[in-house]
Design a protein around this ligand. Structure first.
Ligand code: FES
Ligand code: FES
Length: 197
């Protein structure tokens, strides 16, 4: 066993781990970050994507011991809930809100990884074209959506982060804010996008 210390979503964890333990399993089973999913274990799907030291990483591709001393952000660290928040969506990251508004998910299994990879993409390019988004997310697979609404969600979040909220475009199917309240089903699926206390 090897003693490691990692900081996950602002919380420090020290544990003895087996040298063979993958980071994704350590995050889920020891650090309680079950919002980070395991879709393949073979570096193909991207469901396990987190940020390690600010870089987007598929957490099934590195060992926990390789993350010793690192700052890690998971989907559960993307939102903050202020005291007195009115509802569960308050404090969501713009990407979380945009995936909700644009219906960028169906089963939601890929969504945590999609959002983490998208956040890394937007950190490098704050106004990505559709091609930029598709290329930036090519390592993240979605079995449900066909990607169209995922691309819209990333571009919507980019616009909001630039201070230019995307306007409704009925011809392209972009949803208006009024539709958000009708997405109660999505909100349930987005429970994996847990809000940090
Ligand atoms: Fe890591 Fe699929 S579980 S890439
Ligand atoms: Fe089901 Fe992407 S929403 S895999």
């Amino acid at each position: 066993m090897t003693r490691i210390s990692i900081t996950v979503d602002g919380e420090t964890y020290e544990h003895d781990v087996e040298p063979r333990t993958l980071l994704v399993h350590h995050l889920r089973e020891t650090c309680g970050r079950t919002g980070t999913n395991v879709g393949c274990d073979t570096s193909n799907c991207g469901a396990c994507t987190v940020h390690v030291g600010g870089t987007s990483v598929k957490s099934c591709t590195i060992l926990a011991v390789q993350a010793d001393g690192e700052q890690i952000t998971t989907i559960q660290g993307m939102a903050t809930r202020a005291p007195g928040a009115r509802d569960e969506t308050e404090g969501w990251h713009p990407l979380q809100k945009a995936f909700h508004v644009e219906h960028g998910l169906q089963c939601g299994f890929c969504t945590p990884g999609m959002i983490m990879a998208s956040a890394a993409l937007l950190a490098e390019n704050d106004d990505p074209s559709e091609t930029d988004v598709r290329q930036g997310l090519e390592g993240n697979l979605c079995r449900c959506t066909g990607y169209v609404n995922i691309v819209k969600a990333v571009q919507r979040a980019a616009a909001e982060m630039r201070g230019e909220p995307m306007t409704t475009n009925p011809e392209e199917g972009t949803m208006g804010e009024a539709d958000v309240t009708e997405r109660a089903g999505d909100a349930d699926k987005l429970q994996d996008l847990e809000v940090a206390p």
